[in-house]
Design a binder for this molecule. Structure first.
Ligand code: FES
Length: 129
């Protein structure tokens, strides 16, 4: 069975192949919903789209094993590339195009390492680029 390692939380879980990353994180007790760099995380844990791919708050960085996750589809790409109505997923995506995914769209097919709560660089060079 594939192993998911949540690096910040230092948790490792085994999941059946084809599991979605969001459900696996919830089962492992990992809160994916960071809000804006942690601001609003407690509230966002409950106020999210519950895996419907609409809120963009379950974004994570896949630091190892991107090849072991189903490829990004059109809806997920749109969530990252169209900053309307919520600009946060698109802002977070800038500079992380190779690693960022929405957990609710990721089906696990092999071992992966996941970084939750990827920060948005509000002051760095990427913000206005
Ligand atoms: S849970 Fe809302 S986009 Fe993934």
């Amino acid at each position: 069975m594939p192993v998911i390692k949540f690096t910040k939380e230092q948790k490792e879980i085994e999941v059946p192949e084809g599991s979605d990353l969001r459900s696996a994180a919830i089962k492992a007790g990992v809160n994916l919903y960071a809000g804006l760099n942690g601001f609003g995380a407690g509230l966002n844990k409950y106020l999210n789209c519950h895996g419907l791919g609409q809120c963009g708050m379950c974004r994570v960085k896949i630091t190892k094993g991107m090849e072991n996750i189903t490829p990004m589809g059109m809806m997920e790409k749109a969530k990252f590339k169209v900053p309307i109505p919520d600009p946060l997923p698109a802002l977070a995506y800038i500079g992380n195009e190779e690693t960022m995914r929405l957990a609710c769209y990721c089906k696990i097919q092999g071992d992966v390492e996941v970084e939750t709560w990827p920060e948005i660089d509000l002051y760095g060079e990427n913000f206005f680029s």
